[in-house]
Design a protein around this ligand. Sequence first.
Ligand code: TRP
Length: 334
Amino acid sequence: MINDKKVLYSGMQATGNLTLGNYLGALKNWVTLNEEYECFWGVMDLHSLTVRQVPADFRKRARNLLVLYIAAGLNPEKNCIYFQSHVSAHAELSWLLSCYTYMGELNRMTQFKDKAAKHADNINAGLFTYPVLMAADILLYQADFVPVGKDQKQHLEITRDIAERFNSIYGEVFTVPEPYFGKTGANIMSLQDPTRKMSKSDENVNGSIFLMDDMDTIVRKCKRAVTDSGNEIRYGEDKPGISNLLEIYGVCTGKSIEEAEKEFSGVGYGDFKVAVAEAVISMLKPLQEEYARLLKEKDYIDGIIKANDEKAAYFANKTLRKVKKKLGLTEKPR
Ligand code: TRP
């Protein structure tokens, strides 16, 4: 508990450009959580290093992600928005926890297997211990809840296992976190293959709408979206393409799927796609404008970074000190 509130922790890697899927599925739903929870949102730049980065691009992308958090509506005075790499306790706790994590457990992680297959030329140890760093992120803040997508469920499970194991040896050191199932975000699929999740690493760029796509690009991508046979605008398992577009239209306009179906009854696929593009544009335009404005406010952003790094470090170091003491590491003489 912090300030009588339960703690909620999450973050995104600073890898690739965020898509409409990341926004509607995660970020957009985060902005009101601080009313009920003490929220920490990390820019997970240490995790990004498991894949080779170009330093100058990476530096910019990580900072831009932090700016985007704010542009999307996370109030940086009420949410702790910070860089993982600025709080050294993450790396330290990660080492300590790695001594309480079994090779066999890490070997079972499906994301490791997937990434190892995808980056066969760079299967580094960081990729293998990725979940331990993630456990450290969460446990440092004594988080009660972690909103994560399906693909991160297994990592949250191992975090719980590590926390429980540690607690059973040393007493109640860590809060054992639970997945957060509040208002769940939308599940947005690829425009080119609606059976797969819209992803920032899709090789087919037409499959994903990026948050910073310009208006023409959004229209073009929506027009090219694959649809289903038939000509009816209806939500259903047999119509994954149209269903996905209805879902996008619904969340962008705040209308229910049923309302959208009614609105488009008798309308052709072509006109429907244009309406979807317009809905996406009216939602993204203010976000893009706010983002562009904030990017120019260098001093303001620097101030936010400083204040929030400090706040994060305060809570993280508190946990780290406790862990070191429990482990029997020698205390520094005062
Ligand atoms: N692995 C997460 C992802 O790729 C990012 C992440 C790192 C994270 N540490 C975390 C998410 C801690 C939640 C909590 O989506």
